[in-house]
Design a protein. Structure first.
Length: 348
């Protein structure tokens, strides 16, 4: 990718002329309007591409190659943090955003009870899997579209946007019709057909780091989605596989400042899949806030012992509420406010 830096104060017409000139010679160009002025990423160009006609245009300050291997996700393309808007909830701004809910949507009452508890505690996004990537083909695979509908209805009743996993390119349209954020699971982080499919979607995407994925590989996976046309991407570290067996995975908290040094995209942590054991989740949630994550995604369940998936790591509702109180107090000290708890009662 080559980057065309416009002079401060370059006009809309001048920026338009650069985009048109690129298009005319068959190059794909993506503009970014930052605090320092406009930058245009010429995605399909490299050092050997002749961009002299672009360099000569009025308002152009500089044409230079991007040195990092990731382009649109990198700080060279966009210096300031990206704030992703999920149905009105900003992720990547000052607020510390908590996404919570059961691992799987199991029935109407279960997701309703969870949604109420999330809203009452100041959680902002309701999670719940309807298509589940299970290690064994004989385990519960999720309720499918019926689960999507139950999740969306519970979210609507409690004023919570929703997030759920999409596992197959042909289901992106269906999931996007019901949910506000499309989740790409750890196992699919390098499923390039799926990344291309969500790149065409008009909904924010939460991209989970794989069990064996480096930060560089994660950022390049995100690059597929941005290069496909969708810039609303949130990254999620959810624990990686290490030699340590006392927890399900090992939470790589270091990934947060590392990613933030390289990328403008928001980053959240998932303490549930990292620990695999509910007693460690609140401590990791506090670490997430302290290390500078933009939020967390946690699993909870009205009766974790009876959960159809990931019960051992799912918080009881009272522990979830207590964890939220702790995070709210920590947020006051760290300047990362949590949303106010919603009063009990079903919303329109
Ligand atoms: C999940 O969020 O329930 C899930 C399956 O997560 P991961 O892809 O991180 O394992
Ligand atoms: Mn789970």
């Amino acid at each position: 990718m080559m980057i065309v830096t416009m002079r401060p104060g370059a006009s809309v017409a001048e920026i338009g002329a650069v985009l048109r000139t690129c298009q005319d010679v068959g190059l794909r160009a993506v503009p970014n309007h930052g605090e320092q002025g406009a930058i245009i990423g010429v995605v399909t160009a490299d050092r050997s591409t002749d961009l002299s006609s672009v360099a000569a245009l009025p308002g152009v300050a500089q044409v230079a190659p991007v040195s990092a291997s990731f382009k649109l996700v990198g700080r060279e393309f966009r210096a300031e943090p990206t704030v992703v808007e999920a149905a009105g909830v900003p992720i990547g701004g000052p607020e510390f955003v908590v996404m919570a809910g059961p691992c799987s949507v199991e029935d109407e009452e279960q997701i309703e009870v969870c949604a109420g508890a999330v809203a009452r505690a100041g959680g902002r996004i309701l999670r719940g899997g309807a298509y589940k990537p299970r290690t064994s083909p004989y385990s519960f695979q999720g309720l499918g579209e019926a689960g999507l509908m139950l999740l969306a209805a519970a979210g609507r009743r409690h004023g919570l946007p929703t997030i759920t996993e999409v596992m197959h390119p042909h289901l992106v349209g269906t999931v996007a019709a019901h949910a506000d954020i499309l989740q790409i699971g750890a196992r699919n982080v390098q499923n390039y057909a799926l990344l291309e499919a969500v790149g065409k979607a008009r909904k924010p995407v939460l991209l989970k780091r794989g069990l064996m994925t480096t930060v560089e590989e994660l950022l390049l996976a995100a690059e597929y989605i941005l290069a496909g046309g969708n810039r609303q991407v949130i990254l999620c570290e959810r624990g990686i596989r290490t030699f340590e067996t006392s927890t399900r995975n090992t939470l790589d908290v270091t990934a947060v400042p590392v990613i933030k040094s390289k990328s403008h995209l928001p980053v959240i942590l998932d303490p549930s899949h990292a620990a695999g054991l509910r007693e460690f989740v609140p401590a990791l949630a506090r670490a997430a806030m302290a290390v500078g994550a933009d939020g967390i995604m946690v699993e909870m369940h009205p009766e974790p012992e009876k959960a159809m998936s990931d019960g051992r790591q799912s918080l009881h509702l009272d522990t979830f509420a207590a964890m939220m109180d702790e995070l709210r107090r920590l947020g006051e000290a760290l300047g990362r406010p949590l949303a106010s708890p919603q009063p009990p009662g079903v919303r329109a």
